[in-house]
Design a protein around this ligand. Sequence first.
Ligand SMILES: [Zn+2]
Length: 506
Amino acid sequence: MESVGENTATEIKQLGGENAADFGPENQAPEIRKLFTYIESQRARYITTLREAVGIRSVSGWPHARSESIRMIQWTATKLEALGFTVDIRKVGDETLPDGNIVPFPPIILATLGDSPEKKTLMIYGHVDVSAATFEEGWESDPFVLIDYHGALFGRGSADNKGPLLGWIHAIEAYQKNEMEMPVNIKFVIEGMQERGSQGLKTLLEASEAFVTDISSVVVSDGSWLGKEKPCLAYGLRGLLYFFVEVESGTKDLHSGVYGGCLRESMPDLLFLLNSLVDAAGNILIPGIQDEVCPISVDEEEVYDTIEFLPEEFRVDAGINTLSETEKVKLLMKRWRLPTLSIHGIQGCFSTPGALTVIPRKVIGKFSIRLVPNQKVEEVEKLVTDYVNSKWAERGSPNTMLIYTASDGFPSWTSNPLHENYLAARRATAMVYGQFPDLIRDGGHMGNIWTLQDITKQNILLLPMGAADDKTHSENEKLDSRNYIEGTKLMAAYFYEYGNIPPAEQ
Ligand SMILES: [Zn+2]
C-alpha cells in the first residue's frame, strides 16, 4: 500500500499530459463506437431491468423479508449465468433475531467469466441489498416501484447499488451481443448484506483462495460524484472509530421531585464529558490527535483547487444553515483530509416529546471520529480513552464511567490514482463525458474496502456512477438515466482501456 499525501498530489499534477479531446469520438476505436451505439439503443430495456431489480425488496435490515434478499441474489445469479459466468452461490450462515428466530443471511455470489492467462483479471464488487425505505420516511412514490420522472429514475437501490451493478452486467452483455471478445477476465463478488456490515464476506473471501488469487485490480462502483455534472474517480476514504461513553448513578430511574438534589446525576456528568471533546468551532480538544495527521502540502492544495465543487450548492443540497468553512479547498480538506469528531446521541435519556421529570440512572453518549492518513486506530483509541479518563478525574464525580469502542474501527484508506486501473477509467470517462474526471476522496468509509484490499492486495478503483444528489440512503433515492446509460458506456470503455493499457510506471 502506498501512503498518500504529498507524493500523490505531486503525481496527480503530472496527469496533465493527456488531453481529453484525444479520446473524443473521432479518435475512438471502432469497437468502442459500436459498443456505445449498441448501449444507447438498449436504453429502454436497461431501465426495465432496473425496474425489475428495484421491485425486489432486498432490504438487509428487514430480516422478516429475508426471502426477498435471497430472491435478489438468485435473480442476479440468473443474469450472470445467461452471460456464461460460472456462478458459485455461497451460503454464509444464519442470523439469530432478538426474538430467537433464525433466518439465513443472503448468500454471496462469486462468479467468474474467462480464465485467459493473457488477460488481466478484474474483480468487480457490488451489492444487491438496499437500506430500508417506507412512505413514512417521506418517499413521494412507492420506493419499490421504479418511476422515470423527467430523466430521474426514482426507486430504492436505483443508485445504491442495483443501477451500477446492472451497468457492469449490461456492459459485458454489450460485448457479447456485438460478438466482441471481452478484453479482461471478470470475477464478480456480489453480496446482500452490505448495508449491515457485509456479514460473512470477509470469512468467505478468506476461505476462497482459488477465487481471489490472480486478481489484477479491483473496481467498486458505489458512492457518488462530488457534484451533479462532473464525473469523478475516488482514491481515498476516511476511516472510522466509534465510541460509547457510559455514566451510571444507580440502579433505578428516579423522579426529580422526590430525589432531585440527593445524588450526582449521570446526565450532567455525561454532558460535561461530551462537551470537552470539541470546541465551539468543531476543533477536536483531545491532545495529540493531530500529531499523526499527514501534513497537507502545497501540491495537495493546488490539486484540490482544480476540483469542481461549489460549497454553496453543497450547503443547499445538504440542508445546512451555515457551513463551518466556505472556501472550497478548506471545506474539501475538512471533508476528506482532516479528522473530525461528531456526537451522535445519548441512549437512556428521556428523548420523547413531553415534559417528564425523570432522572436517568444510566446514560450512554455516542460519538465517533473520522480518521485520515496516517492516523492509526489503536493510537487514536488510546488518546481518546486517556483524555476522557483524565476529564473524568477532573470532574470528581462519585458515579461510574466507562468508555469503550463500539467495534474495531477502520483506518483511512487510499489507493494509487496513477495506477493503470485509474488511468483506464480516466480515459474511459473522457470518451463518454468529453472530460477527465476529478480525482477525489470520500469522507465516509466502506467497511468492506479493507476486506477487498487485504485479500487481493491489488489496486482498488472507486468508480461512482451516480450524482451527488442521488440521496442513496434517504427518501426519494434516484439515479439519473443519463448517469445510468452513460455510466454503462463508461464501464464498457473501461474494460477496453484496462485490458489494453500497459502497466503504468509505479
Ligand atoms: Zn452501496
